[in-house]
Design a protein around this ligand. Sequence first.
Ligand code: FES
Length: 136
Amino acid sequence: MNTERDANQGDEGGMHVEPPRQRPLPGAPLRVPIANLAEGHALKLVYETPAGEPEEVVVCRLRGRLFALDSLCPHEGGRIADGPLMDERYLLCPLHLYRFRPDDGQVIEVDCPPARTFEVDEQGDEALVWVNGRPR
Ligand code: FES
């Protein structure tokens, strides 16, 4: 008999099990594994708000620096993609192909509000993303 505990035991039987979602509280960062994040690429991570609502962050590496954005596209609610950066420098929303600058979330060549950005620090193989703001 399978139980929830059995399902969280790892990759046994060829079944991939996602780790539990993080729920960073105010004053604590979201920890995003970036050991496999290559220059010019982006990855996504789903986490939970303090209220338990799912959210998604995009972290990318560009010219050796890390940037983090809310994946929610400010145009019509699409999701900014992971994978290689467009033209080796822009994040892309696949719904209408709007391109976003990773550093400030600004949209290129169209009139649209910017994507929400977060402060991010690199610490070893993790990006510390301050999705609830960094304490001052
Ligand atoms: S919803 Fe993202 S470009 Fe339109």
